[in-house]
Design a protein. Sequence first.
Length: 124
Amino acid sequence: MSNPFPRAASGSYKNVLVEGLTKIGEDKVAVQFAKGNMKLAIASSIYGNVKLFPELKELCLKALDSLEPNDVVNYYRYGIEHRDFLIASSDVSFVYDPTDAKAVAHDKAMREKDGAEVLHPYFN
């Protein structure tokens, strides 16, 4: 079954996850999402070497559950719960929306950077 909630704008998970994670006292994880070191990757668009964090799935669901439900919260909650979105580090190669030229260009630029610039330490 596809996500029954209206499609949220690309990247709009960041603010809701940061807010929810902070609300439940997971400041270190919230900071990683805020800095862009952690992302939600669209499972069907992942390619290449991607570091996933399945252990953060329940934590992110709990964070979203702590927020007032709305279309954005519900969209990402459903997507994480049904593995449409996976928690990944920023050293991933994926495109948020293949029809979004800006997202495609950003992904290409990130893959072309020197590895030291792309790979971020997790929870440092």
